[in-house]
Write a protein that binds this ligand. Structure first.
Ligand SMILES: NC(=O)C1=CN([C@@H]2O[C@H](COP(=O)(O)OP(=O)(O)OC[C@H]3O[C@@H](n4cnc5c(N)ncnc54)[C@H](OP(=O)(O)O)[C@@H]3O)[C@@H](O)[C@H]2O)C=CC1
Ligand SMILES: N[C@@H](CC=O)C(=O)O
Length: 359
C-alpha cells in the first residue's frame, strides 16, 4: 500500500490546536528554539512574547513572521512577567505555554505558580525540579492540579531519559540504581583531555559550542550533574534533598567567589590540578570520568572517578551522556540510554517536542 506524501510526517496525526507561547531566554537554547519555531512542524505555535534578562517583546497576535531581528534586544520593553502572561491571556488560545530557556533560579521558582494558574510550562531550566526538595514538592502539587510540565530537556538534553523512566514506573517497575555520565560538557572535556592540551582550552571550546551552563562553574562544580541526578531520583520516588548529594567540585577555592566574567579570565588556574589527576590516572592505565551514582539505599554521589579503559563511560564520544538504569525488571543488565547530552539543537528539539505534545 502506498502512503500519501502528506502522511509521511510523524506529526500529521497530531491535533492542531493553536498554542500560544512565551519564550524566556534567547541564548544558546532559546535561540535554537526560535529557529525551530520557524519550521513547518511548529505552524500551530504562535510566538506571543520573547524575553531575555533585560528586555522583552510582546504581540498578542503573534510576533510577525517570527522575524525577530536583534533590535528588540536594544529597544524592547523592560522585563515584566505579568505583561507576558497577560499577552498569553489576550491571545485567545486555550493552550498557553511559558518556555523557560534560562538558568535563572528566580524564574524557576515561579513555575509552580504558573502551573497553578493554568499555564503550561516547558523548561530546560533545572533549578526548580533539581533544587531544594521543597521546590520539587511545590511543583508536584501544582502539576497535580494545574497545567502540564514539560521537563524533557532538563536531563540528557534531547535524550528520552525522564520519559523512559516514567514509562517504566508507570508499568509498576521501580528504579534500583542509577549510574552514568550526566553532563554533556564534562563528557566533552574528559573524553578529549589527554594532557596534551590545557584543560582550560578545552573548556573554552565547550563554552563556544554551547555545551556549558551560562556560568561554566555550574558544570565544573558538579551542581548541574547533581540537579539531574536529583530530578531522576525524585521522579523515581527517592525524596532526596539537594544537601544529601555528595558532590565533588572541580572548581578550586580561589575561583569560587568570583563573578562570571572574572572567572572566565582565570580559567588557566584549573589546569595544574587536573593535569595532576590525569597523570595519576594515566600512570595506572586509567581515565577520568565525571560520574553520577545513586545506590539502592538512596546514597547519591557525583564526582570525578578514575575508571579502567574497559569501563562503559570510558568509551563515550563528544558530549555523550550515558544513563544506566537498573530496575526491578532490568536487573541483570541495566537499561542504558546514551547519546549527545548537550547542545543547542538537541535541547531546543526537546523543548519543541514538549510544546507540540500539548496540542
Ligand atoms: N546548552 C545546553 O546544551 C543545554 C542547556 N540546558 C539548560 O538551558 C538553559 C539555558 O542554557 P543556555 O541557552 O545554554 O544559556 P545562555 O546563557 O546561552 O542563555 C540564557 C538566556 O537566559 C536569559 N535570561 C537570564 N535570566 C533571565 C530572566 N530573568 N528573564 C528572561 N531571560 C533571562 C539570558 O538573557 P541575557 O542574554 O540578557 O543574559 C539568555 O538569553 C539552562 O538552564 C541550561 O541548564 C539544558 C540542556 C542542555
Ligand atoms: N551544561 C549542561 C547542559 C545540559 O544540561 C551539560 O553540560 O550537560
Amino acid at each position: 500500500m502506498s502512503v500519501p506524501a502528506t502522511d509521511a510526517s510523524p506529526f500529521t496525526h497530531r491535533k492542531t490546536s493553536d498554542i500560544a507561547l512565551v519564550l524566556l531566554g534567547t541564548g544558546v537554547v532559546g535561540g535554537a528554539l526560535l529557529e525551530l519555531l520557524k519550521t513547518p512542524v511548529a505552524k500551530h505555535v504562535r510566538l506571543i512574547g520573547v524575553a531575555n534578562s533585560r528586555q522583552q517583546q510582546i504581540d498578542a497576535d503573534g510576533i510577525a513572521s517570527r522575524e525577530l531581528n536583534g533590535s528588540w534586544q536594544q529597544h524592547g520593553q523592560p522585563r515584566d512577567d505579568d505583561a507576558l502572561l497577560a499577552a498569553l491571556d489576550a491571545s485567545g488560545s486555550e493552550l498557553r505555554v511559558v518556555v523557560d530557556a534560562t538558568a535563572c533560579t528566580t524564574l524557576a521558582s515561579r513555575h509552580a505558580d504558573w502551573l497553578a494558574r493554568g499555564y503550561h510550562v516547558v523548561t530546560a531550566n533545572k533549578s526548580l525540579a533539581g533544587g531544594h526538595l521543597s521546590g520539587w514538592r511545590a511543583l508536584q502539587t501544582a502539576r497535580a492540579h494545574g497545567g502540564s510540565y514539560g521537563d524533557a530537556a532538563t536531563v540528557g538534553a534531547g535524550l528520552p531519559v525522564i520519559s523512559t523512566l516514567r514509562r517504566l514506573l508507570g508499568c509498576g517497575d521501580s528504579l534500583l540504581t542509577l549510574e552514568g555520565v550526566f553532563s554533556g560538557s564534562l563528557s566533552y572535556l574528559f573524553n578529549q583531555y589527554n594532557g596534551s592540551q590545557p584543560f582550560s582550552a578545552l573548556l573554552r571550546d565547550a563554552r563556544k559550542l554551547g555545551y556549558t551552563e551560562p556560568d561554566p562553574r555550574a558544570d565544573l562544580s558538579g551542581e548541574d550533574v547533581a540537579r539531574k541526578l536529583l530530578i531522576l531520583a525524585r521522579n523515581a520516588g527517592f525524596a532526596l534533598g539537594s544537601e544529601e548529594v555528595d558532590v565533588e567540585s572541580l572548581v578550586p577555592e580561589s575561583l569560587r567567589d568570583l563573578d562570571t566574567e572574572q572567572f572566565l579570565t582565570r580559567l588557566e588556574e584549573l589546569d595544574a590540578p587536573l593535569a595532576a589527576r590525569h597523570a595519576d590516572a594515566q600512570s595506572r592505565g586509567n581515565v577520568l570520568r565525571y560520574l553520577a551514582r545513586l545506590n539502592q539505599r538512596g546514597r547519591a554521589r557525583v564526582g570525578l572517578v578514575e575508571v579502567a579503559a574497559t569501563h562503559p563511560a570510558a568509551r563515550l564520544n563528544g558530549t555523550d551522556n550515558q544513563f544506566a538504569l537498573t530496575t526491578t525488571r532490568y536487573n541483570t543488565t541495566p537499561l542504558v540510554i546514551q547519546g549527545p547530552g548537550a547542545g543547542p539543537e538537541v535541547t531546543a528539539q526537546a523543548l519543541l517536542g514538549d510544546v507540540l505534545a500539548l496540542g
